[in-house]
Ligand binder design. Structure first.
Ligand code: 5GP
Length: 152
């Protein structure tokens, strides 16, 4: 995926990672990317606690720099209902990037509530709540060096 993104944007590439869940995926992804890449972070919350989505998304940390005229790739851990990414894409598109694309490690297509565009998808998975490799359950399990299902 890193090489595919690099091929699509050989020159200017600005990666916007969504905290906290994407941080391990991001660090592996960019280490497989040759050439120059700049990074910024934003944080949103869509799950208060537990495993069901409220559909409500709150922006908790905004970007440090402008996106004006840049090739931006959002890096997200997982696309589930699609509500979080739809919201993020809307607010980032309003900042006039030259291009805006999205890369997700995981996707649960059966859970989609809105038809959100994700250009780069690592793996499609079934409807199970997964943790590890940056993904949490109530702020735990992010440190697992693999992806797993809580409670089997
Ligand atoms: P969406 O708005 O697409 O429903 O949800 C996106 C967010 O919900 C993800 O960024 C992630 O934080 C959380 N999420 C969705 N599915 C899972 C899951 O299986 N495990 C974990 N840990 N978080 C999930």
């Amino acid at each position: 995926m890193a090489l595919e993104i690099r091929d699509d944007f050989p020159d200017d590439l600005h990666v916007v990672a969504v905290l906290k869940g994407a941080f391990i995926f991001l660090s592996d992804l960019i280490r497989h990317m040759p050439g120059q890449v700049s990074l910024d972070f934003m944080a949103v919350s869509s799950y208060a606690k537990g495993t069901t989505t409220s559909g409500e998304v709150r922006l908790q940390k905004d970007l440090d720099t402008t996106l004006d005229g840049r090739n931006v790739v959002i890096v997200e851990d997982i696309v589930d209902t699609g509500l979080t990414l739809t919201y993020l894409q809307e607010i980032l598109r309003a900042r006039n990037p030259r291009t805006l694309r999205t890369a997700c490690l995981l996707s649960k297509p059966s859970r989609r509530k809105v038809n959100v565009k994700v250009e780069y998808i690592g793996f499609e998975i079934e409807d199970r709540f997964v943790v590890g490799y940056g993904l949490d359950y109530a702020e735990q399990y992010r440190n697992l060096p693999y992806i797993s299902v809580v409670g089997g």
